[in-house]
Design a protein around this ligand. Structure first.
Ligand code: NAI
Length: 338
């Protein structure tokens, strides 16, 4: 199916087929909310990913246009568009990875939690469909507030009897992307070489970048670390304010979402040492969900990695974020069970 364009050339068809099935397994990725600000550039980036053989684009409206547009790009995956709830099942069937950027974004003055009332319901409905049509898929949750939407997804899957904590991820990659960019700028090191773990959650002070572990090392002052931490925590708000009512981060989020989905696909395909930060079910603190470095593999989460040594400033940040994160988790669980 994924090599339709070679159908007129039987020999190359066979060769390509053999190569494709041996070296790069077929993988279906579904994007839910694919016609949105994040969804469209994310669809583009997933179309460019050679690990994807089938790309399903779902939204409540406007997906045929996005799918037709993206489908003309001459890369491996076959693209199909699905519009409206009646087509959600078809979009999800057989999916290996489901990416969810469906829901409303922030406007200036809003916190991510202000999105709860609308997005919680959207996520709940989509996760009920995932439980039914692709219960084994890895779920990449982008819809905010991630601190609550991931617990909602877990509860929905538990109710359906399909919950596997190894397969549910809150996408916090944008926090890592921002921390790397801001650190490189301040430390004057090449951005492509920078690594910074970001732990905790995905909202305000629950976002805790661990600059004490950043590499390459730089001698930044306490004031510089505090400013970098604050800028990483407020990175989303920086974009919301600059967009002045037209939404939140979409392009950088699509990039981050594509990086994380690619890591999931690499893990599924058995690539070694695939490690990304993600908000997952966790026992590394007393909180049931927590973002930290995670090793990805054939079953999704292979290992939730510990926090490593923290500076006093980071220890303080960790204690400060716990009550807020705990209450966002409880809010999600309560919503899913009402
Ligand atoms: P948008 O409004 O541009 O797009 C959202 C899309 O979701 C729309 O096309 C809409 O039709 C669709 N949608 C609504 N209900 C749906 C349903 N039931 N099923 C499928 N699709 C549905 O919003 P944008 O900017 O793309 O943001 C999407 C979400 O991503 C927001 O919740 C936002 O807060 C979140 N976000 C998360 C980030 C993260 O780091 N995790 C960063 C930036 C945004």
């Amino acid at each position: 199916r994924s090599i339709k364009s070679l159908a007129t050339s039987p020999s190359s068809h066979i060769l390509r087929r053999g190569y494709a099935s041996e070296a790069v397994p077929d993988r279906k990725v579904a994007v839910l909310g694919a016609a949105g600000g994040i969804g469209q550039p994310l669809a583009l980036l997933m179309k460019l990913n050679p690990l994807v053989s089938s790309l399903a684009l779902y939204d409540i409206a406007n997906t045929p246009g996005v799918a037709a547009d993206v489908s003309h790009i001459n890369t491996r995956s076959e693209v199909s568009g699905y519009s409206g709830e009646a087509e959600l099942g078809k979009a999800l069937e057989g999916a290996d990875v489901v990416i969810i950027p469906a829901g409303v974004p922030r406007k200036p003055g809003m916190t991510r939690d202000d999105l709860f009332n609308i997005n919680a319901g959207i996520v709940k409905g989509l996760c009920q469909a995932i439980a039914k049509y692709c219960p084994h898929a890895l779920v990449n949750m982008i819809s905010n507030p991630v601190n609550s939407t991931v617990p909602i997804a877990a509860e929905v899957f538990k109710k359906a009897g399909t919950y596997d904590p190894k397969r549910l991820f809150g996408v916090t990659t944008l926090d890592v992307v921002r921390a790397k960019t801001f650190y490189a700028g301040k430390a004057k090191v090449p951005v492509a070489e920078v690594n910074v773990p970001v732990v905790g959650g995905h909202a305000g002070i629950t976002i805790l970048p661990l600059f004490s572990q950043a590499t390459p090392k730089a001698n930044l002052s306490d004031a510089e670390i505090t400013a970098l931490t604050k800028r990483t925590q407020d990175g989303g708000t920086e974009v919301v304010e600059a967009k002045a009512g037209k939404g939140s981060a979409t392009l950088s989020m699509a990039y981050a979402g594509a990086i994380f989905a690619d890591a999931c696909l690499k893990g599924l395909n058995g690539a070694p040492d695939v490690v990304e930060c993600s908000y997952v079910q966790s026992t590394i603190t007393e909180l049931p969900f927590f973002a930290s470095k995670v090793r990805l593999g054939k079953n999704g989460v292979e290992e939730v990695l510990g926090l490593g040594p923290l500076s006093d400033y980071e220890k303080e940040g960790l204690e400060k974020l716990k009550p807020e994160l705990q209450s966002s988790i409880e809010k999600g669980i309560k919503f899913a069970n009402q």
